[in-house]
Design a protein around this ligand. Sequence first.
Ligand SMILES: C[S@@+](CC[C@H](N)C(=O)[O-])C[C@H]1O[C@@H](n2cnc3c(N)ncnc32)[C@H](O)[C@@H]1O
Length: 280
Amino acid sequence: MTLKQAFDSALKHLEAADTPSPRLSAELLLMFSLNCDRAYLFTYPERELTADEQARYDEAIARRCHGEPAQYITGHQEFYGRDFLVSPAVLIPRPETEHLIEAVLELAPREVRWEVLDVGTGSGCIAATLAKEFPRMKVTAVDISPEALQIAQANAARLEAQVEFRVSDLLSAIEPGRQFDMIVSNPPYVGECEADKVQRQVKDFEPHCAVFGGERGMDIIKRLAPQVWEHLKPGGWFLMEIGYSIADPVHEIMRDWTNFKVVPDLRGIPRVVVGRKPTS
Ligand SMILES: C[S@@+](CC[C@H](N)C(=O)[O-])C[C@H]1O[C@@H](n2cnc3c(N)ncnc32)[C@H](O)[C@@H]1O
């Protein structure tokens, strides 16, 4: 079969299985199966697949037709222009989370020597990106999942990003009295009550504890906010990704913070909250 024929046949299977963005999946998985880039696919549409490539592509397409995210099949996802390894132990980094990085870039000069903590680091995408973008930051990252931290550690090593990782239930493994200049988090914030609106590939394949934050999505955030307050220096910053349905309750629990603002994403949906611990 030629590349073009293999692509067309995969596309038909993906469409029949009602896979979201079938064209994109067919293309991405073909690149993965051939270990090539997109330009190659367009340059050599008449080239024949080897038996191994065909078998790899068929298996990848079958998994995708069963709803498995393409990123778990390829093992990779790009975040803020860098390649991250992913596995079913971690949430797949989302483009929305890049707004959090942009918000940090807006408030901190590149040469800051801040001590920064990333809570719920998952793949390590936020922690490693900050360590790369701000070479003098001292970044610590925690997650409750040891399996996620293995992936985060591998990502930091591949990117040569200096990050200290710890297994921790929220900030419980942070020394009492230790205070940071900035704490960032993309916590699990989807409500169980919204589960029917969540895509099947998220519900069935991504870690439940990375996505859901209790009945209304606020369980982790309610525990997180006071711990962040305790471990921030006076004048320190807290930046957290949120979903549109929790902007009001989050505002309510952050009423003692100064410089509070909500940063919308490109669709105008509340995406990141920023708050500052008062200086006195
Ligand atoms: C929404 S994911 C974010 C992952 C990554 N930071 C990102 O932005 O792609 C939430 C992460 O929080 C972690 N988590 C959930 N409950 C936690 C807890 N109690 N303490 C620490 N981490 C927790 C999950 O394991 C998951 O990696």
